[in-house]
Design a protein around this ligand. Sequence first.
Ligand SMILES: Nc1ncnc2c1ncn2[C@@H]1O[C@H](COP(=O)(O)OP(=O)(O)OP(=O)(O)O)[C@@H](O)[C@H]1O
Ligand SMILES: [Mg+2]
Length: 246
Amino acid sequence: MSTLLEVSGVSVSFDGFKAINNLSFQIADAELRAIIGPNGAGKTTFMDIVTGKTRPNEGRVIWGDKSVSLLKMSESQIARAGVGRKFQRPTVFEDQTVRENLAMALRNDRSPWAVLFYKKTTDGAARIEALADEINLTAQLTRKAGELSHGQKQWLEIGMLLAQDPKLLLVDEPAAGMTPAERDHTTDILKEAAKTRAVVVVEHDMDFVEKLNCKVTVLHEGSVLAEGSLAHVTANKDVIDVYLGR
Ligand SMILES: Nc1ncnc2c1ncn2[C@@H]1O[C@H](COP(=O)(O)OP(=O)(O)OP(=O)(O)O)[C@@H](O)[C@H]1O
Ligand SMILES: [Mg+2]
């Protein structure tokens, strides 16, 4: 595996408060990574930096095998370079069916194939069905997105992001508001997605993180406090003091 994203020496201040403090870490391509840490640790701000929403005061954010700087790119350029982000509130089109939502997302396909070659509608249909299967919504394809449960809407949004075929998918607190069964399906969806791309998941729910069964980065006060397996980081005294022991 090679490095897909390298954050190095990044700091961000809001009104003199250092939300991100000399943050350095790397994400490999096709890896699943969980980011945990107390409220205000800088987890969401990290995603804001990678997506170009927030600009750091210092540091480097290097992307891809050509090692380009994401800091010189606009939010839409970063999205086109292959960074997809799932926000906490699903932004699906409620009056459209699941199928129509996925079809719309596929029409925004950023891959060069979509531009160079005429895509037959049958290909589109097959793609939609494969996506629906991946996000556990095959039985819901003809339903309006507005009728879906909260968890199903979240999956639909993940599917719409996967339709864009991102190289890196950033997901902030996906398990919030989900039933236990929906949480289990969500871990399956994210694990499957991470077989062909990098997926970075911010989550407070430790059972959820355990099921992801991946490398964990613990953030605290805008820096990496510990990194490794969940068993490794949860045995770390600093992690227990600032996060788990609360
Ligand atoms: N746009 C902003 N303006 C001012 N302060 C901000 C801004 N964004 C984040 N912060 C502050 O930066 C710190 C880090 O916030 P961030 O949202 O990244 O934390 P988090 O780790 O995602 O926390 P949570 O687990 O609660 O979601 C917090 O103290 C927050 O109040
Ligand atoms: Mg957050």
